[in-house]
Design a protein around this ligand. Structure first.
Ligand code: KG4
Ligand code: ZN
Length: 337
C-alpha cells in the first residue's frame, strides 16, 4: 500500500510517498530555517504562513517524484500532534480535504511515534519490541516500544528537551539557530575536559533535566567575560556535548538493562549528534545490545517517517474522520483523536 504522508508540525513542510511502511518512494522537505534564524528560534505565526504557501507545491513534488497522482495512493497520513498548533493545522486541513475529496482513509500520526518509525525506513529488519531514546528539539523520552502502535514512556525531560538545551547553549556560545549541529562540529576541535559542567539529578532515574546545565554554560561564559578572559568555545562545546551525551546514554542504557532489552534505538533531531551516536555504540557493545539509528537525513523532521508510522497506524485501524483536529501536546502512550 502506498501512503501519501504530510508533516507540518514545526518549521519543515514535508510530504512523502511510502510503500508498505518500509520503502521511501519519494520524500520532499521544504525548510524555513533561514527565516526563523533571524529571530533566534521558530516564530509560530511565520511557520504557519510558510506552511500555507509551501504545502501544495511540496505535496505535488512528492507525487511527481513518485510518478503518481493522488488517485494512486491508498491513504493520506498526517502529523496531527504534538507541535505548533497553527502549523499542524495547515497539514491536518490539507490532508483532510485531500482524503475526503478522494474517498481515501485519513490516518493521524503522533509526531514522536513518527520519529521512532524513521528507524524502520533505515533498518528493514527492525521490529518491536525494543527500547528507544527519542531526542528532538522539543522532546527527550525513554520509550518502551512494545509494538508498532503500543508505547510506554519510562522517563522524559522535566524541563528543557535535549535539542532545546543544545540550541540555547549554542546561542550563548554565539552560534546560529538551531545550534546543535554547530556544537557538534566545534566539539571535534575542543578539549572535553577543560570545563567542569554539572549533571543535574532527577527524582525518577529515567527522567532528564537540562536547564541547570544550560544555566551553567551561560554562567561560565559570563564569568569568563567578567574576568576579561576569552571562553574557548570549541572546548566548551566539547564539554557540553560530552555531558549531555553521558546523561542521555547512562539513563537510557540503565532503563534498557533493567527491562532486559537487548535491542535499542535512538530517534529525533539530536540522534544526528556524532557524540551521542558514539556514546550509544560504545555502551551498546559493552552491554551486548544491538543499536539502531536512523540515517542522518531521517533524524530531523520529514514526512517519510510519518508515512511509515501511518502504515502501522492504518493496519491497527487508527483512521480519523472529518472531525480530526490538531493538538499542541499529546502523550505518546495514549493517542486520542
Ligand atoms: O526532531 P527535530 O528536527 O525537530 C523536533 O521535532 O523538535 O529536532 C531538531 C533539534 C534541534 O534542537 C537541533 O539543534 C537538533 O535537533 N540537532 C542536533 C544535531 N542536529 C540537529 N543536536 C545536536 N547535534 C546535532 N548534530
Ligand atoms: Zn520532530
Amino acid at each position: 500500500m502506498d501512503i501519501l504522508a504530510i508533516e507540518s508540525s514545526c518549521d519543515e513542510t514535508a510530504a512523502a510517498v511510502i510503500r508498505d511502511g518500509r520503502e521511501i518512494i519519494s520524500s520532499v522537505v521544504a525548510t524555513q530555517i533561514e527565516e526563523h534564524r533571524l529571530y533566534g528560534g521558530v516564530v509560530p505565526e511565520i511557520a504557519s504562513r510558510r506552511h500555507c504557501e509551501s504545502i501544495c507545491g511540496v505535496v505535488s513534488e512528492a507525487l511527481e517524484k513518485a510518478k503518481m497522482t493522488v488517485k494512486d495512493v491508498g491513504a493520506v497520513a498526517v502529523s496531527f500532534a504534538p507541535g505548533l498548533v497553527g502549523a499542524l493545522l495547515v497539514g491536518v486541513n490539507f490532508a483532510k480535504g485531500l482524503a475526503f475529496s478522494l474517498g481515501k482513509p485519513l490516518v493521524p500520526v503522533h509526531h514522536i511515534r513518527g520519529h521512532i518509525a524513521a528507524n524502520y525506513l533505515t533498518h528493514r529488519g527492525l521490529e518491536p519490541p525494543y527500547m528507544c531514546l527519542v531526542v528532538s528539539g522539543s522532546h527527550s523520552h525513554i520509550v518502551k516500544v512494545k509494538s508498532y502502535t503500543e508505547f510506554e514512556t519510562l522517563g522524559k525531560t522535566i524541563d528543557d528537551a535535549a535539542g532545546e538545551a543544545f540550541d540555547k547553549a549554542a546561542r550563548a556560545m554565539g552560534f546560529h539557530y538551531p545550534g546543535g549541529v554547530f556544537i557538534d562540529r566545534a566539539s571535534k576541535l575542543g578539549d572535553s575536559a577543560l570545563y567542569k559542567l554539572p549533571k543535574p539529578h532527577t527524582k525518577n532515574p529515567y527522567d532528564f533535566s537540562f536547564s541547570g546545565l544550560k544555566t551553567a554554560v551561560l554562567n561560565l561564559i559570563h564569568n569568563t567575560e567578567q574576568r576579561g578572559e576569552k571562553t574557548d568555545i570549541n572546548s566548551l562545546s566539547a564539554c557540553f556535548q560530552k555531558t549531555v551525551c553521558e546523561m542521555l546514554t547512562e539513563k537510557f542504557i540503565a532503563a534498557a538493562v533493567e527491562n532486559n532489552c537487548k535491542t535499542i534505538a535512538v530517534a529525533g533531531g539530536v540522534a544526528a549528534n556524532s557524540g551521542l551516536r558514539a556514546a550509544l555504540e560504545t555502551a551498546a557493545k559493552m552491554h551486548n545490545m544491538e543499536l539502531f539509528a536512523p540515517s542522518l537525513s531521517l533524524c530531523g523532521d520529514n514526512a517519510a517517517m510519518i508515512g511509515c508510522q501511518g502504515y502501522y497506524e492504518y493496519l491497527a485501524g487508527n483512521v480519523a474522520d472529518t472531525n480530526l483536529n490538531a493538538y499542541a501536546t499529546m502523550s505518546l502512550d495514549e493517542v486520542k483523536f
